[in-house]
Design a binder for this molecule. Structure first.
Ligand SMILES: [Zn+2]
Ligand SMILES: [Zn+2]
Length: 284
């Protein structure tokens, strides 16, 4: 078994929030670590997120010009042609690394026409669906202000309710990214996060995702609670995908060996080829 499973979720200079991103640098780093495969899943975002005025005033990770008069953050669009040409250049430059093209579609069930147009512009092999906000009528970009506004339990419940709508939708994605995204901002004052308090909600999302034939991502930006991976197996989930969500070369593959061990403990096995998802049935 390779030391690392494939890194199926990374960002480069082609993502609007990856200021230190570098596709070439991430390829070099992947080879240095001994990875056989890396996917560049750049952001494709069409949601105009509500953000607290304090966030707009203090955050430095986005251009203030992207915040409209209505207070919503609308990031710039992916240059799909430029990105795909860069993937091709890197594949020629790094022939020993399998480079997988891809995209991370933000709230794609709200923007099916727009994301369809982007995906139709070329070949995107690893397509992630993700949710960075709360429900449709109030698409708050999740951060610590959202926890202050709605409280920890409501934030998690509303996130999972929307994740269920995403999993149940026909949006064109193959992997549900970071089901634990809100945990990146979980308030310390609320004590340690206990997934058992939301077990029914997680099960509902995981069952819908399994029905849809999609894979669950183990995103390593924060440790995914192990019970969620076990619930995925119990729900009939066929496949897991691993992703560091690196936004710079130095973070490629961070945490992936621990994530692979967790997947194995839950009953998942490496796929037939190194770039494949891990599966619930061993390959013969
Ligand atoms: Zn994301
Ligand atoms: Zn990401």
């Amino acid at each position: 078994m390779p030391a690392y499973p494939p890194d199926n979720h990374t960002h480069t200079e082609w993502s609007w929030d990856a200021v230190a991103g570098s596709m070439e640098g991430s390829c070099a780093r992947a080879l240095e670590l001994g990875l056989t495969s890396i996917a560049f899943t750049e952001h494709v975002d069409f949601t105009g997120w509500l953000i607290a005025p304090a966030v707009a005033a203090e955050e430095m990770w986005f251009d203030p010009a992207w915040v409209g008069a209505d207070g919503r953050l609308r990031p710039p669009q992916l240059d799909a042609a430029g990105y795909l040409a860069c993937v091709q250049r890197c594949q020629e430059k790094f022939p020993d690394l399998r480079i997988v093209s891809g995209a991370e579609l933000g709230e794609p069930h709200w923007h099916q026409r727009e994301v369809g147009a982007v995906l139709g512009a070329g070949q995107f092999d690893r397509v992630l669906g993700s949710l960075h906000s709360l429900a449709e009528d109030e698409p708050w970009l999740i951060d610590d202000h959202v926890y202050q506004r709605f409280g920890p339990a409501v934030t998690i419940r509303r996130y999972l309710a929307e994740a269920l709508r995403l999993a149940d939708s026909a949006a064109p994605f193959a992997v549900l990214a970071h089901i634990d995204y809100p945990l990146r901002f979980w308030p310390a004052a609320a004590g340690p996060f206990d997934p058992a308090a939301f077990e029914d909600e997680y099960h509902a999302v995981l069952r819908a995702l399994a029905r849809s034939g999609r894979a669950l991502e183990i995103n390593t930006r924060v440790p995914l609670p192990a019970p969620i991976v076990r619930w995925w197996y119990e729900s009939g989930g066929e496949a897991v995908s691993f992703g560091s969500d690196a936004h710079e070369p130095a973070a490629v593959a961070d945490g992936l060996t621990a994530a692979a061990a967790m997947a194995e403990a839950a009953g998942f096995h490496p796929g037939r080829y190194p770039h494949d998802f891990w599966l619930r049935r061993p390959c013969r």
